[in-house]
Write a new protein. Sequence first.
Length: 121
Amino acid sequence: VSDLLGDDVIYYINEYVRNGHTVHLISAIQTFVEKHIEWDIHTAMIEAAKQYEGGCMKYGDRNWELGQPLHCFIDSGVRHYLKYLRGDTDEPHDKAFLWNVLGAIWTHGHRPELIDLPFKE
């Protein structure tokens, strides 16, 4: 599996954007966790929960459920993933990546009016 960047996580996200099957986003998370030397899937979900908790403290409980266009979750998730790969330490980019991909999966299933990706056209 590869794409233009030769990265499996990016490949799976691109597949989701093209065909709309959330299984590709789940594969992106699984692949990311496999590459993360400090995490297993359980630790990854705990870290994502911490990201949600931080957002609640900053923006209010469940504020993210108000919604945003799906492309925003994808764009932000890819940016955080690339910053994580680059080694940026200005914020927890690994947690932010997970949060965005989980938000995309949730939005896809619960807020279809916010789906604005090519597969929807």
